[in-house]
Design a protein around this ligand. Structure first.
Ligand SMILES: Cc1cc2nc3c(=O)[nH]c(=O)nc-3n(C[C@H](O)[C@H](O)[C@H](O)COP(=O)(O)OP(=O)(O)OC[C@H]3O[C@@H](n4cnc5c(N)ncnc54)[C@H](O)[C@@H]3O)c2cc1C
Length: 413
């Protein structure tokens, strides 16, 4: 049976960066991807806005990943496409990876595994919309695949549910493709997507955005004929008397992404309720030594540049022997939704710990502090325009911490 130093599962931007880093560290690397091409979700993201940090250029999704795929092609990284990882077992001398492809079911042995399996979209049933499973109701990412990869047309009269970036980008895309995008509805009282996408994808195309409203029902047996929308109160409960029927033949759902972690959680890796991804340390190592995670399966990223950055950290550390472990936890206050990593291994160098955080609320000016267990300040940063839609990235020296640390985020006058 073949044996690899590092096996990377998922050939999106995360998996590509991790594979290249481990390979540059002279490791024998296997990259496994279930689709027939590398590139992950970025293959279908033909809009620009990728790579501003990494390449200081505005690239489309395919252009961004092509730069990594070109490097993979020049390397000796073994790549298995159209190959689905079915199961992973801990064995005496590493991990047994069981996968399926056109050759049948095969196995390889790995000393280290990096999970870069991305995320999947929430469906209509997960947001409790009543109605039959008629055609014309689909997620934003799936509609992006139909339009951008298969060249299919969507409906004539379209409604978008959710104001996350993917939904906003698809509202613009479908307008450009000749559909009439009637409106976007958002259950929260403020938009979820970036301000620039609200302006460029909705306002520039005269698409109204209705806040504190949701879709409650779909009508149509085989094909969508109409939807029911309603206003919601501050607890997101429907306000009776506000229900309204909107005729349409396409409903695009942009109602959130869920990290894809069936395989990793089956292994018994500790998971975070806040991110729905594994708990990791500053080296991107999970609670099981030799298992790493990066990209959207770790937490849902808004910027691919951060996916690549964290994946390089995972690839670098999966190529090293981490001998000693002593964890100190990172806790956060109520204004923060999460912090990745969730803990620090003080037995490794932490002179450049990269942290990714998300706030719970919008703040024009904010002050972020990292405090030690005696409430002394280790780090402070002033932030402008804090927004739950945008990751807060920190680079901090945590070499001298001896105990758990706590992060606070507060609005400034
Ligand atoms: C519609 C959309 C628009 C975006 N716009 C922007 C933007 O403008 N700018 C920006 O910087 N970022 C943007 N992003 C965010 C960024 O693209 C993502 O954060 C990034 O692509 C995530 O990379 P990943 O490698 O973690 O996941 P993915 O790209 O999802 O890759 C995961 C890969 O793992 C494979 N896989 C999963 N399970 C298995 C298995 N069991 N066996 C084998 N393979 C498996 C999948 O097939 C997939 O190829 C956007 C994202 C989306 C969805």
């Amino acid at each position: 049976m073949d044996n690899y130093d590092v096996v990377v599962i998922g050939g999106g931007p995360g998996g590509l960066s991790s594979s290249l880093k481990a390979y540059q560290n002279n490791k024998k690397v296997l990259l496994i991807e279930r689709e027939d091409k590398l590139g992950g979700i970025l293959k279908q993201c033909i809009h620009n806005g990728f790579g501003l940090i990494t390449f200081k250029e505005q690239l489309s999704g395919p252009e961004y990943v092509e730069r990594y795929i070109d490097e993979i092609k020049k390397s000796n990284i073994k790549t298995l496409l159209s190959t689905f990882v079915l199961d992973i077992k801990k064995v005496k001398n590493g991990f047994l990876i069981i996968f399926s492809n056109s050759k049948g079911i095969s196995k390889v042995l790995a000393d280290n595994i990096i999970f870069a399996t991305g995320c999947r979209e929430r469906s209509a049933k997960q947001v409790f919309i009543q109605g039959d499973r008629c055609s014309g109701v689909l997620t934003a990412g799936l509609s992006q695949y139909y339009v951008n990869i298969l060249g299919e047309k969507m409906g004539k009269e379209v409604v978008v549910l959710g104001s996350g970036d993917i939904g906003l980008i698809m509202a613009r895309r479908l307008s450009l493709e000749g559909s009439h995008v009637k409106a976007a509805y958002e259950i929260k009282d403020s938009p979820s997507g970036l301000n620039r996408n609200i302006k460029q994808c909705l306002e520039d195309f005269n698409i109204p955005l209705y806040l504190s409203m949701t879709v409650t029902k779909t009508f149509g047996k085989d094909k969508l004929e109409a939807i029911e929308v309603a206003k919601v109160d501050k607890n997101m409960q429907v306000i009776e008397g506000t229900r309204e029927i909107i005729p349409c033949d396409c409903l695009i759902l942009s109602v959130g992404l869920i990290p894809e972690n069936e395989l990793i959680s089956k292994l018994g890796v500790e998971m975070s309720k806040k991110t729905s991804g594994p708990v990791v340390d500053g080296q991107m190592m999970t609670s099981i030594p030799h298992i790493y995670a990066s990209g959207n399966c770790l937490h849902v990223n808004d910027l691919v540049d951060y996916v690549s950055e964290a994946s390089v950290i995972a690839g670098d550390n999966a190529s090293k022997e981490i001998k000693e472990i002593e964890y100190k936890n990172i806790t956060i206050d109520e204004h923060l939704a999460y912090c990745v990593p969730q803990r620090i291994n003080i037995k490794t160098s932490n002179s450049k710990t990269i942290m990714y955080l998300r706030s719970r609320c919008k703040m024009d000016k904010a002050e972020l502090k990292i405090l030690d267990s005696s409430n002394s300040e280790i780090y402070k940063k002033n932030l402008m325009f804090v927004n739950p839609a945008e990751t807060i990235r920190l680079e901090v020296n945590l070499d001298n911490i001896k105990d758990d640390i706590h992060i606070t985020l507060n609005e400034k006058e």
